[in-house]
Design a protein around this ligand. Structure first.
Ligand SMILES: Nc1ncnc2c1ncn2[C@@H]1O[C@H](COP(=O)(O)OP(=O)(O)OP(=O)(O)O)[C@@H](O)[C@H]1O
Ligand SMILES: [Mg+2]
Length: 213
């Protein structure tokens, strides 16, 4: 069982406290993050993904505290940020292979994986197109697909179903549930109600705290 354990985690931007005192354990399975806009869900996910450091508190990965465990965590991390600038001149496939190389994956294996993932979410026909020609929903699926490369044990997904039509969002949801059998998946989604029956935890981020929803 993989676990990412937060203890007394706090994060402020300037004088604005976003996370005040967060103690929570993310385990293998699906953890849904809910809460109002601006509550700190994306901030929490950035900290989960080691993309941002907390001001206070400790984080342990499989029982080993950061920073010692940071390299091990990053090696098996998939992160789909809420907003990201994509390299417009690359094709989706070129971008995915670039990300795969950064993750230390074999190009050929990554290409096969990317093919299978994009097949499952209706993006496969477009992977050789330049990203500049992609719609919002196609971009969202590409960001999601790159996060899954390398079968990560920790997945931080920030609104992976935003901008998707109902059927495509459900395809993405199915893939997420498949991942959650072996990975600790922490995500925000507007499909929270639909995925709730399958979730191992539903957490609410509000006023700097994280509570069981
Ligand atoms: N880099 C930053 N610099 C300053 N303030 C920030 C920064 N990132 C986030 N904030 C502030 O932190 C608070 C939490 O933002 P965050 O993006 O984590 O919320 P959220 O719950 O993800 O919201 P949403 O549901 O709209 O995506 C907001 O008040 C936001 O303005
Ligand atoms: Mg957010």
């Amino acid at each position: 069982m993989t676990t990412l354990e937060f203890s007394g985690v706090a994060k402020s931007y300037g004088r604005k406290s976003v996370l005040a005192d967060v103690s929570v354990t993310f385990a293998t399975g699906l953890t849904l993050l809910t809460g109002p806009s601006g509550a700190g869900k994306s901030t929490l996910l950035r900290i989960v993904a080691s993309a941002e450091r907390p001001d206070r508190g400790t984080i342990s990965w499989d029982g080993v505290p950061l920073p010692t465990a940071r390299t091990a965590l990053r090696r098996t991390l998939g992160y789909a940020p809420q907003a990201v600038d994509l390299p417009e001149d690359l094709t989706a496939r070129e971008f995915a292979l670039h990300m795969a190389v950064l993750k230390g994956l074999d190009r050929k294996a990554a290409d096969l994986q990317f093919g299978a993932i994009t097949e499952a979410i209706g993006l496969h026909a477009d992977i050789n197109r330049r990203i500049a020609t992609f719609s919002g929903g196609m971009r969202r699926r590409l960001i999601f697909a790159q996060a899954l490369l390398g079968a990560p044990r920790l997945l931080a997904l920030d609104e992976p179903t935003a901008e998707l039509d109902g059927e495509t969002a459900r395809q993405v949801g199915r893939l997420i549930l498949e991942q959650a059998r072996t990975a600790a998946v922490v995500m925000t989604t507007h499909l929270a109600e639909e995925l709730a029956p399958e979730a191992s935890a539903i957490l609410r981020v509000e006023q700097g705290r994280v509570t069981s929803a």
